[in-house]
Design a protein around this ligand. Structure first.
Ligand SMILES: [Fe+2]
Length: 138
């Protein structure tokens, strides 16, 4: 397996796609690139002045990514009778539950969770997408 290179712009914290992040399946890479764009957008919004509605729009994009991407990935793993399927399903459920929890908090006006959400997404990117997904799929 190629060594992962965490490519992150030091001044903006934005992720910059590198082919070493590929999981080898174009549709999943495409979805992960969309997630990357959403995470970068959240970094930008967080650095600027933002309203509750700006964050909710991004959270809804994250929810949509999660449901689309994880079901596509789980279907591939199921088709392969992969030993990673159950572990992935548990992780994906944690992601979705967390997004729902953050959505509720932001809807109630709690915008302090945005910084926690950014940390969660950075950890998700580095620990799930770049490690667990690549170990499961490559
Ligand atoms: Fe996954």
């Amino acid at each position: 397996m190629a060594e992962e290179t965490v490519s992150q712009d030091q001044s903006t914290n934005k992720l910059v796609w590198t082919d070493s992040w590929s999981v080898g399946i174009p549709i999943l890479d495409k979805q992960n690139k969309e997630l990357m764009v959403t995470i970068n957008h959240l970094h930008q919004v967080y650095a600027d002045k933002y309203e509750k509605e700006d964050i909710l729009t991004i959270i809804h994009q994250l929810y949509s990514y999660c449901t689309t991407h994880t079901s596509a990935e789980e279907n591939i793993l199921r088709g392969r009778k992969s030993e990673f399927l159950e572990f992935q399903e548990i992780h994906h459920a944690i992601f979705l539950d967390y997004i729902i929890e953050v959505e509720q908090k932001v809807s109630q006006g709690n915008l302090e969770v945005v910084s926690e959400l950014l940390d969660f997404l950075n950890t998700w990117w580095n620990e799930h997408i770049l490690k667990i997904d690549r170990d499961s799929l490559l």
